[in-house]
Design a protein. Structure first.
Length: 128
């Protein structure tokens, strides 16, 4: 039974023991080094998260009353925040930022359509 291959945005394909690339610009050596760096960073972050979790559990077990009071205090403060107003403000901000972006994009496409800006073509791949 063949295992389905997963593709990444960089065009990397993990086939088990080796990494191949579907991206014609990305060389296999570069792809392998990127994969190794990403794996090392993932393991480092995972180790730190486990250590943080273990330290937190140890602290909670040593000081259960203090931990419970702190969690109630944080919960109370979060309950006092006007989260509905904050969310509504973020949505308004997103729409306010979207209007100029849509205008700039439409002007760019208009200029491209009528020849003021040359059409961009993807770079040709050597060897094909």
């Amino acid at each position: 039974m063949e295992v389905p291959r997963r593709h990444s945005p960089l065009g990397l394909r993990n086939t088990g023991m080796e990494t191949t690339t579907t991206n014609p610009v990305l060389k296999p050596e570069v792809a392998e080094s990127i994969r190794e760096e990403a794996t090392a960073k993932y393991e480092e972050v995972r180790k730190e998260a486990r250590q943080y979790t273990a330290d937190s559990i140890r602290m909670i077990r040593r000081n259960p009353t203090e931990s419970a009071l702190a969690s109630f205090g944080v919960g109370f403060l979060l309950a006092q925040l006007p989260l509905g107003f904050i969310a509504a403000g973020l949505v308004r901000l997103a729409f306010a930022a979207l209007k100029p972006a849509a205008l700039i994009y439409s002007v760019y496409k208009f200029a491209q359509e009528f020849g003021y800006i040359p059409q961009q073509r993807p770079p040709s791949v050597e060897g094909k």
